[in-house]
Design a protein around this ligand. Structure first.
Ligand SMILES: [Zn+2]
Ligand SMILES: [Zn+2]
Ligand SMILES: [Zn+2]
Length: 326
C-alpha cells in the first residue's frame, strides 16, 4: 500500500506511536537552549506539538490541565527570549549597576565610587561635604542603576524580553502567557480512532488518486437545519453529492447497528444523488434490508482494497448517468 502523506496521516502516525509506546501522560519538559517541548510528540517544534495535542483534546482523546506558563511572543508565537534590563524613564538598555549613596543633606544620589577618596573618606561630589555616618547624613543604596542615555539614576530597572526569533520586545505591560498543559491520554479512544481512520484515510487517498473530488468528515445541512457529518462526501462540478459512511466493526455488534441507524437517519434528512454505506466485512440481513428500504446502497467488501475498487466503479457510474441527464 502507498504511504499516505497528507497531514492527517502525520496525526495518525502520532496516535499509532502513542498506542505502541503505551503513552498515557504527556507533559511539557524544559530543555536547556531549546525551551519547553513535549518529548512524547515527535514533531519538529512546540507549536506543531501543541496543535496535535489540542486536536487530541478536541476529539475527546485526552484530558488536560495547566502544568506551566511561559512567555510567548505575540508576533511570532516563539517562546524563547533574551531578558534585557532597561531604563524605566527612557527605555534605553544602556544601563549600568553599582552600589549607590544618597547624601541626605543635599539630596544627591550617585554611585559610591564618586564619593570615595583615596584615603577612604566619602566626600559628596555635589556639595563637597564630608559624609559622616550611614543612617545619620547619608544612606546606602545596594542596587543603583544609571541610564547612560538619559543620565538618570533609578533604583529599579524595567525588564524587557527580546524574542530570539523576531526580535520583538515584550515588557510587563504587553506580556503574553503561553499556558502549557499536561495531557492524560485515553488509549482505548486512541485505538478506536486509529481503527476507524486508517481505513477512512486509505479510501480518501484512493479517491483522490482516481481524480475524484472528495472531502473527509464533511458536514451537510439537513432539511431539518441540523448538520450531519459524513465520513466522505464526493461532489462533481454540478454540486451533486454522494455521501459515504464506512463501517468496519465486527458484524452484528451494537456498534454496527448504531452506526447503520445513524447513517439511515442522516440520509433521510439530506438530498444526495447516492448514499453509500461501505461495510467491511459484511452487514447482516436485517441491516441490509433496512438500508435498502431507505434507498441506501450497501457496498460489502472483504477488505479495503476491494472496497475502494468497487467504490470508484460505483461513483464513476453515478456521475456518468447524472451528467447525461443534466
Ligand atoms: Zn534613561
Ligand atoms: Zn551633598
Ligand atoms: Zn517573536
Amino acid at each position: 500500500m502507498n504511504r499516505i502523506t497528507n497531514h492527517r496521516k502525520t496525526f495518525l502516525d502520532i496516535l499509532i506511536e502513542l498506542k505502541e509506546n503505551q503513552i498515557t501522560s504527556i507533559v511539557p519538559t524544559f530543555r536547556p537552549l531549546v525551551g519547553y517541548l513535549y518529548n512524547d510528540i515527535s514533531v519538529e517544534n512546540l507549536e506543531s506539538q501543541i496543535n496535535i495535542l489540542e486536536e487530541l483534546y478536541r476529539l475527546g482523546i485526552c484530558y488536560r490541565e495547566i502544568k506551566v506558563s511561559t512567555l510567548q511572543c505575540e508576533i511570532c508565537q516563539c517562546n524563547e527570549f533574551i531578558p534585557h534590563l532597561s531604563c524605566s524613564l527612557c527605555s534605553s538598555t544602556q544601563i549600568i549597576k553599582h552600589t549607590g549613596i544618597k547624601h541626605d543633606i543635599c539630596g544627591t544620589t550617585n554611585f559610591k565610587d564618586k564619593y570615595l577618596r583615596f584615603n577612604g573618606d566619602l566626600i559628596c561630589p555635589k556639595c563637597n561635604l564630608k559624609l559622616n555616618a550611614v543612617g545619620v547624613d547619608y544612606s546606602v543604596i545596594e542596587t543603583l542603576y544609571k541610564c547612560l542615555r538619559c543620565k538618570s539614576f533609578v533604583s529599579e530597572g524595567r525588564w524587557i524580553n527580546r524574542c530570539r526569533r523576531c526580535m520583538n520586545t515584550t515588557s510587563k505591560n504587553n506580556i503574553q502567557l503561553l499556558e502549557l498543559f499536561g495531557y492524560v491520554v485515553d488509549l482505548d479512544k486512541v485505538t478506536e480512532f486509529i481503527q476507524s481512520h486508517d481505513l477512512l484515510l486509505y479510501v480518501d487517498y484512493a479517491l483522490k488518486k482516481a481524480n475524484i473530488k472528495s472531502t473527509l468528515k464533511h458536514s451537510i445541512k439537513g432539511i431539518s437545519k441540523l448538520d450531519h457529518t459524513f465520513s466522505i462526501v464526493v461532489s462533481n462540478n454540478s454540486s451533486h453529492n454522494i455521501v459515504i459512511d464506512i463501517i468496519n466493526f465486527e458484524n452484528n455488534s451494537d456498534m454496527t447497528k448504531f452506526n447503520v441507524l445513524n447513517f439511515v437517519t442522516k440520509c433521510s434528512d439530506i438530498k444526495a444523488i447516492q448514499k453509500i454505506l461501505i461495510s467491511i466485512p459484511s452487514l447482516n440481513e436485517e441491516l441490509r434490508t433496512l438500508c435498502f428500504n431507505h434507498g441506501i446502497t450497501v457496498l460489502m467488501a472483504k477488505d479495503k482494497e476491494e472496497a475502494v475498487f468497487e467504490l470508484i466503479k460505483m461513483i464513476s457510474n453515478v456521475f456518468m448517468v447524472n451528467l447525461h441527464e443534466s
